[in-house]
Design a protein around this ligand. Sequence first.
Ligand SMILES: [Zn+2]
Length: 481
Amino acid sequence: MLLATSAGHAGNPSAAAGQTPATEANAKTQAGAKAQAQSQEAPKPQSEEAAEQPATPAQAGAKAQTQAQKGTTEGLPKAQNIDLQEPIQGAELVAPDGTTADAAPAVEATPDDLVGAQPFVLLGREVPPATSTRLAWAPSQSFEGIYAATPVLVVHGKKPGPVLCLTAAIHGDELNGIETVRRVLYNLDPNKLAGTVVGVPIVNLQGFHRHSRYLSDRRDLNRFFPGDPDGSSASRIAHSFFHEVISHCDALVDLHTGSYYRTNLPQLRADLTNPGVVALTKGFGATVVLHSEGAEGTLRRAAVNQGIPAVTLEAGASMLLDETSVEHSSKAIQTLLNHMEMVSKFRLWGDPEPVYYTSTWQRAPMGGVIFSEVALGESVSKGDLLGTITNPITNVRTEIHSAYDGRVLGMALNQFVQPGFAAYHIGIRAPEEKVPAPAAAADSNASGQVSPAAEPLPDTEVPSDEQPDAPDSGDDAFEDG
Ligand SMILES: [Zn+2]
């Protein structure tokens, strides 16, 4: 077992305390059906009903798409031009109809200056060239009538160029990406940008509010893309986000962290069998790249399947904000903007080549308290001591030694682990062109006390839509964290 290509898991039972999933699902089904019916009507011109009520972003988006297909954005409300760095005082951030409550007057760009530049249409708003704005995406109306809207930041450059999308907190407990998106977006000058950067700092607002990786129905949103408008709640949310936002992207960076008290060295997860994805990985400066197709249902994989080059940028651990990870991620994305020729003046990162890896996991052979002897990112040789596990009851101590020459790309934080816990993620360096092929070197059973390579791949079935209570496979670490 080499490549990180296995599957996920469904629920964290503790994540749904107090929820009544069946009732909620029913309510959402009804609300969703209603929203769908409405959105089917949406393509017709502004109806009286639409004039009376603020359009939901889904309705407005459908209109925008229809209008865009007609080659006109006539009639779309213009997004306000906002200085994203300017803090919002007091007022509600995002109104349910997708507008920002901030009442800053729109600053019209000089027409002469912008000949040839096109407005960017997203979520039912027209963003003029050389402006920044906050929009809102809401998957559908919940039974209360209003779904909490997720802020979507847009910086639309003065010059034409690609649309780069940055998404974070699809897992609601992963915080580093939120701050990374803020730093990148708030430091962009639309007057100096070629193309468009769309940043969604918190995709899974439901999980974020509960400090949970999951949606409120205990499903992992990152297993449901590209979604289904008639499917489960998670599937509908995924479908809405994919079609309202992601389908407008030319490239995607989805930000994640390690899961379950594991931390990751900043790294890209990328399907290196895809040339467009490989090209994208070369833009992140000195960021290591781990080959992985991505589990079925991940946003990254769904985007790649739709022809949008996408990578996951993993950095740090869940529930922690660490400056090292945020700094690296921000720098990596700024380097990417430079590489994509969207900005010209960002500090360059010396433009070092990425380093490609295959990888394997070293597991805990027994349960107990794990303490590490290595640091994240450290190079290790076969036989090196990675850490120890001590049973607090029997006082039996076991050592975990590296089975390979490699580098620690991810590792457990010190904690109590169960036998079989994936504790150390060892990257094995390989030339880019060889990474996707199974590397024989790492498949042999190693001499370490654990033998991750000998284990079969964890259950690769994506948890069924119908089984929100499916037990956690425990092998999430194989996946995008
Ligand atoms: Zn994640």
